[in-house]
Design a protein around this ligand. Structure first.
Ligand code: NAP
Length: 299
């Protein structure tokens, strides 16, 4: 497919999703400024950077998404997840660019008990969710050429900033070391392999079907089921104790059920998302390839 965008600016390009988007848009001219070079906490820098780069597409994956830290520092949460999105959306319109913003399943309270559609009313439970929902709304007020993509439970080959190895990697390493593992069994979500999400974002962004999309791997599971399946696919015996979320409380309230359904992708006749089990399978294949490449025998 020919590149529909000439110049693509990707914010958060060192992150799990951002790094996959850089790969997905490799046939375009991409700008991927590091956090240190373009800090979303400084809106004036955003305007200057876009005026200079003149991108035709801006994709914002950068966020302050440490959920408990957002609770402790709402000012920073709103600065990065809300006000910076407003500045980015406005600067995109001024530069003549399409604006795409990545949001979260945490805009929902989890009380529906079934997968959320784009048409369901958000009701966030914590500062992070409120700041992201406000960012979604501001992404859409500056002009008609915007996309908001809500995703969930991202994992990929790049680590999450400030969090260390992603959950699935911690589980696999723990199982490989024979460590006892205890995982929450009563919180259900849609785990999503970042390359799958990036591929679908690229497909949607190549169209003019602007608006709000849920983009996750298909299906849902608890964190415990996710850990057990990862370890089983790795060929190990899963020895994982399921614990109640009440036993692992954080500062912020979290939705107990935040699986996302893909009504907008279906309406646009985009290909169905792979299942979360296929996501895990792909992750384990890529992990094994990385380990082979770094083993002394391959050098
Ligand atoms: N991770 C999840 O499970 C999950 C679930 C639902 C929705 N989301 C949403 O998906 C998006 C991508 O998440 P992710 O997991 O790919 O994140 P990630 O791996 O933590 O990457 C975040 C990226 O944003 C950059 N960044 C952070 N603060 C910044 C700032 N003030 N200015 C400029 N850049 C900044 C980081 O750079 P440094 O590392 O250098 O700081 C990093 O490149 C986010 O919008 C998040 O809200 C994530």
């Amino acid at each position: 497919m020919s590149a529909p965008f000439e110049r693509v600016l990707i914010l958060g390009a060192s992150g799990q999703l951002g790094s996959e988007l850089v790969r997905a848009f490799a046939d375009c001219e991409t700008f991927a400024p590091a956090h240190g070079h373009l800090d979303l906490a400084r809106p004036a820098d955003i305007r200057a950077a876009l005026a200079q780069m003149r991108p035709s597409l801006v994709i914002n994956t950068a966020a302050f998404h440490q959920v408990d830290a957002c609770e402790a520092d709402p000012e920073r949460a709103f600065a990065i997840n809300t006000l910076a999105v407003d500045a980015l959306a406005a600067a995109s319109v001024a530069a003549g660019a399409v604006f795409a913003h990545v949001s979260t399943d945490y805009v929902f309270d989890g009380r529906k008990g079934a997968a959320y559609l784009e048409t369901d009313t958000p009701k966030p439970l914590n500062v992070y969710g409120v700041s992201k929902l406000a960012g979604e709304l501001l992404a859409a007020v500056h002009g008609p050429r915007w996309f908001v993509f809500r995703t969930s439970g991202l994992y990929g080959s790049s680590g999450v900033s400030n969090k260390g190895p992603v959950f699935v990697e911690r589980m696999l390493r723990g199982a490989e070391n024979g460590d006892p593992l205890r995982v929450v069994g009563d919180v259900v979500f849609s785990p999503s392999y970042a390359p799958h999400v990036a591929k679908t974002l690229r497909a949607v962004l190549a169209t003019e079907r602007f608006g709000l999309y849920h983009v996750t791997d298909s299906g849902s599971c608890s964190w415990w089921e996710f850990a057990v399946e990862a370890i089983r696919l790795r060929g190990l015996e899963p020895r994982v104790e399921a614990v109640a979320s009440a036993q692992a409380p954080g500062a912020a309230r979290r939705p107990a059920y935040s699986a996302l359904d893909h009504g907008a992708l279906r309406a646009g006749r985009f290909p169905a998302m792979p299942s979360w089990q296929e996501g895990l399978h792909a992750y384990l294949q890529a992990r094994a390839a990385r380990q082979d490449a770094s083993s002394p025998a391959s050098m």
